[in-house]
Write a protein that binds this ligand. Structure first.
Ligand code: NAD
Length: 293
């Protein structure tokens, strides 16, 4: 894997592409937005003028795009699948619906191409530090081929199953994350409204049966945990708008599979409310605000 195409140079894609180039992998980069292209140029990447310029003579193509429409745009409407050489491995790291992920992978397979879905966990910090977790779906041999790149951009690679499975696992994880974040914020607020110190209550629950990732690593109550977005006015981290996107995708998946997910649906409503209040640009632990009114 010496030459890699990289499409989507936003908050996640740019640091991921830079980590590849730091390991002497030649990155041919592209983004639709002029601002993203300029940032990538300033950071030293080789930025090209179109999707098609990126597709020539590459060993792998990585996409890190915001949603279903952008992935369909690049692969189906822009005809990327017709231009790629058959030896190029396609790795889509965007978080999108498993249905669209499978559809694009099927189209790729029909054209003799290899494609895996590899959404990530770890946020912008993980992308910058090269400590992401890749949750991968597709043919196991293709996943092994991609692992050289996953190991440069991250610390962990999990094989979830066939095409689309990476997306399903990622959506299950993020639905659970939203549920325990809401539960953590809810209980902290109740304790505080009844006179408890949030630091003391957090310590008790963290070390008791209520312990969970949100309490241990990402406390949503202001000034309880140093370095957490809650102690920085909910700036940075994982945006409410992205959590809402993932919860909507999870709900589609739930409805499609006739799964019973009342807590996932409630979490979607709570995050919708936060976004409707204009707080889409804050970290997702700001759900705490709803409980402190
Ligand atoms: P972003 O909006 O910062 O970046 C997306 C980039 O894609 C933008 O620069 C945009 O211009 C570009 N783009 C959109 N359509 C395009 C097209 N048709 N052709 C070329 N470029 C196009 O988003 P992000 O935060 O980097 O997230 C990317 C993906 O990673 C999303 O699916 C998101 O859900 C997922 N994700 C994000 C985080 C996070 O903390 N930000 C964490 C895990 C996963």
């Amino acid at each position: 894997m010496k030459v890699v195409g990289f499409i989507g140079l936003g908050n996640m894609g740019l640091p991921m592409a830079l980590n590849l180039s730091k390991k002497s992998i030649h990155v041919k980069a592209y983004d639709l937005s002029d601002e993203a292209k300029e940032n990538a140029l300033d950071a030293g990447l080789n930025v090209l003028n179109s999707v098609h310029d990126v597709l020539i003579d590459i060993d792998a193509l990585i996409t890190m795009l915001p949603n279903d429409a952008a992935v369909e745009d690049v692969f189906l409407r822009n005809g990327a699948l017709d231009s790629l050489e058959k030896t190029t491995l396609i790795i889509d790291c965007s978080t999108i619906s498993p249905g669209i992920s499978k559809k694009v992978a099927n189209e790729a397979h029909n054209k003799g191409l290899s494609m895996v879905d590899a959404p990530v966990s770890g946020g912008v910090k993980g992308a910058e530090e090269g400590t992401l977790s890749f949750i991968v779906g597709g043919n196991e041999q293709d996943v092994k081929k991609g692992s050289i790149l996953f190991n440069v951009m991250g610390d962990n690679t999990f094989y979830a199953g066939n095409s689309g499975s990476g997306q399903i696992a990622k959506l299950c994880n993020n639905m659970l994350l939203a549920i325990h974040m809401c539960g953590t914020a809810e209980t902290l607020a109740m304790g505080v409204k009844n006179g408890l110190d949030p630091i003391v209550l957090s310590e008790i629950m963290k070390n008791s049966s209520g312990g969970n990732w949100s309490l241990e690593k990402y406390n949503p109550f202001p000034d309880v945990m140093e370095g957490a977005p809650a102690s920085n006015n909910y700036n940075g981290g994982f945006l409410n708008a992205l959590m809402l996107k993932d919860l909507r995708l999870a709900e589609q998946l739930s409805d499609h599979s006739k799964s019973y997910t009342p807590m996932g649906k409630l979490a979607r409503k709570l995050y919708e409310q936060l976004n409707d209040e204009g707080l889409g640009g804050l970290d997702f632990s700001s759900i705490q605000k709803n409980y402190l009114k």
